[in-house]
Design a protein around this ligand. Structure first.
Ligand code: ZN
Ligand code: MN
Length: 133
C-alpha cells in the first residue's frame, strides 16, 4: 500500500492493525462491490483469529470517514464500494453481480424536494447480466 494512503488513514485516526490493513488492501481498486461476508471469506485463511465483527467494524469506520460507500441496492446483503465518486449501478437479480455505470445523467430535482438539501442520488438498473439472462 502506498505511503500517502497510509498517511491518510493515520491522519483520519484509523488504527492500522494487520487485519485492518488487509481489509483496506482487499478493498483498494476492488470493483466487485463485496459484502462483509465476501471480505471475511477472502481473508479468514490469512487471519484465522479475525472475527466477522472486525470486518464489520472496519467497514463502519471507513463509511464514517467517507472512504467507502455502503450500497443498499442488493436486498440480500449490504455491499460496499470503495469508489466514492458519483456513479451508478446495474444489479443482476440472479447472480448479484453489480456493475459500475459511469454515464452522466441529467436529472431534475423534484419540486417536492425544493426545501431539502439533496446531497446525492443514484440510478440503479436491475436485470440479468449476460451470463444469467
Ligand atoms: Zn448475473
Ligand atoms: Mn460502484
Amino acid at each position: 500500500m502506498k505511503e500517502e494512503k497510509l498517511g491518510l488513514y493515520k491522519k483520519l485516526g484509523i488504527k492500522l492493525t494487520p487485519q485492518r490493513l488487509a481489509i483496506l488492501e482487499y478493498l483498494e481498486n476492488n470493483r466487485e462491490h463485496p459484502s462483509a461476508e465476501d471480505i471475511y471469506n477472502a481473508l479468514k485463511d490469512r487471519f484465522p483469529s479475525m472475527s466477522f465483527a472486525t470486518v464489520y467494524n472496519t467497514l463502519e469506520i471507513l463509511i464514517e470517514k467517507g472512504l467507502i460507500k455502503e450500497l443498499g441496492i442488493d436486498s440480500h446483503k449490504r455491499r460496499y464500494d470503495p469508489e466514492i465518486s458519483l456513479h451508478h449501478h446495474f444489479l443482476c437479480k440472479r447472480c448479484g453481480k453489480i456493475l459500475d455505470i459511469e454515464s452522466k445523467y441529467d436529472i431534475f430535482i423534484p419540486e417536492k424536494l425544493k426545501d431539502c438539501q439533496v446531497l446525492d442520488f443514484q440510478i440503479v438498473f436491475y436485470g440479468f447480466c449476460p451470463n444469467c439472462k
